[in-house]
Design a protein around this ligand. Sequence first.
Ligand code: ADP
Ligand code: MG
Ligand code: ZN
Length: 628
Amino acid sequence: MKLSWRIILLWTLPALVIGFFLWQGTFSSAGGDLGRNTASTRMTYGRFLEYLDTGRVTAVDLYENGRTAIVEAVDPDLDNRLQRLRVDLPTNAPELIAKLRESEVTLDAHPPRKDGAIWGLLGNLVFPILLIAGLFFLFRRSSNIGGGPGQAMNFGKSRARFQMEAKTGVLFDDVAGVEEAKEELKEVVTFLKQPERFTAVGARIPKGALLVGPPGTGKTLLAKAIAGEAGVPFFSISGSEFVEMFVGVGASRVRDLFKKAKENAPCLIFIDEIDAVGRQRGAGIGGGNDEREQTLNQLLTEMDGFEGNTGIIIIAATNRPDVLDSALLRPGRFDRQVIVDAPDLKGRIGILEVHARNKKLAPEISIEVIARRTPGFTGADLANLLNEAAILTARRRKEAITMAEVNDAVDRVVAGMEGTPLVDSKSKRLIAYHEIGHAIVGTLLKDHDPVQKVTLIPRGQAQGLTWFTPSEEQGLITRAQLLARISGALGGRAAEEEVFGDAEVTTGAGGDLQQLTSIARQMVTRYGMSDLGSLSLEGQGGEVFLGGGLMSRAEYSEEIAFRIDEQVKRIAEHCHQEARQIIRENRMVIDRLVDLLIEKETIDGEEFRQIVAEYTHVPEKEQYVPQI
Ligand code: ADP
Ligand code: MG
Ligand code: ZN
């Protein structure tokens, strides 16, 4: 603060001095008094005498002790219009006064006035004042835009970054698929609506709840629904907005937020991404972040500072509860954790029904079929899916959304925008072999998900795609299923090698390789599915920088690390051989399928299996089908 004021003074003092001289130099010679009465046109003394003689002059006002005169004269050339003209008079012309007296001219003399001097002085002050004001304004503005030492000047207060919604308009009916979370949070609504019920029997009302779950599962929506059901205002702020460059700003925002909330109690405060401020203190590399710690301390202080029955409930959301400071999770703070997970089949049906309310669906559409096609989709994905389908419907000028639009929308949400297919070329052929490679390995391995379709129409990053009917993750996956996935992922590269030779393989398998390496590594280190035995060798994932501990990463020796790599390699090698063998043994049908794919650009799963069945035995697949 001191710094900024010193800077203001340093700037304004020279400016003031310069301004004053400028003013003096430019305007003083004009003389204060006359300035306001100036006639714009000048007339020579000779012409004035001539006018006087011919009787055209009606009035003369003398200024500056008779050195200047403003003359009123009529002009016969211009319909006798009255003109005001300025004349410089000779310093010594007593005969003029006599002459003026003779003619019947209104004569007046204006002595330099006292108040004129005051006006002049004020006038002299106007410029410096304007200058100072201008500088001050500029200074404040630049400090508002951010950065600079001026930041300290408007300390907290003025830039409240939290939002307030008096009425969210969201109800629990608008949230689906997270029934347990909803059940738990219904209680919070009662805390807000009828706190007496709890305090009467001596219960301490919890201050906050922590919503934990991946992005897009409806955490923000749930918080809004609580406020909506209770009919209280909704204050929200994101953890990342607390954390600023300047020490003290985050803490003062927390103070402001709670102050506003107390004024509006009962109400709900929602803190999104709380992990941005609430990370374990003193963790991470290079020590803690002072600003973040101050903000967190302020948050803790504020939470302790009000009693449970003041009618303020704090809901926070995060997808990283593991990095949160334990102080946040102590009783009396966020002592309740509510899991908001990606929805299951039944949940997806519920969410789709919510979002289908305001959409026009063709009667043929079955919400259940859409839900079955979309395992792993979050609420946000499903909302997006129906919206994409509606946009496609409008673009196709249809009356209502049909299954065709929904299917196209699913593809788009999963794999990105459709591109234009390649023209026939060697690389199109290579991509066709690559995709058919995935599809045939996937089809012939009993434990692999069935092929849904193979296509050469590019989407997003991918030049071609093989879609497998996704199976609902039922939680448990067998070793055979994991191995089949690895072989299937290697099918593309194996086909390139078998057909075009080792020298011709492409970068197209990069994504496949990444995927299978990660599966193989997890088999070894997490699931004990290798010769290393039934050991879990992995901590909670290796994100050292994101808090957590530095220690948890390497829980095993160099030697074990070496053996892990060896096992991963062995699994990949085994699956690679399996894939290459399947390609070799089915070369005939592969060539036929490639020709068909290049011709049609898309082959669906049923047709694919029928063609393969003409050449070899296709195993029946068991798929886990969830019951509703
Ligand atoms: P999060 O905060 O968990 O990242 P949001 O609450 O912001 O997710 O969800 C984004 C949008 O997705 C919501 O506005 C809503 O339209 C939709 N959505 C997400 N989850 C659900 C759900 N369980 N039920 C209904 N709609 C949902
Ligand atoms: Mg959110
Ligand atoms: Zn591939």
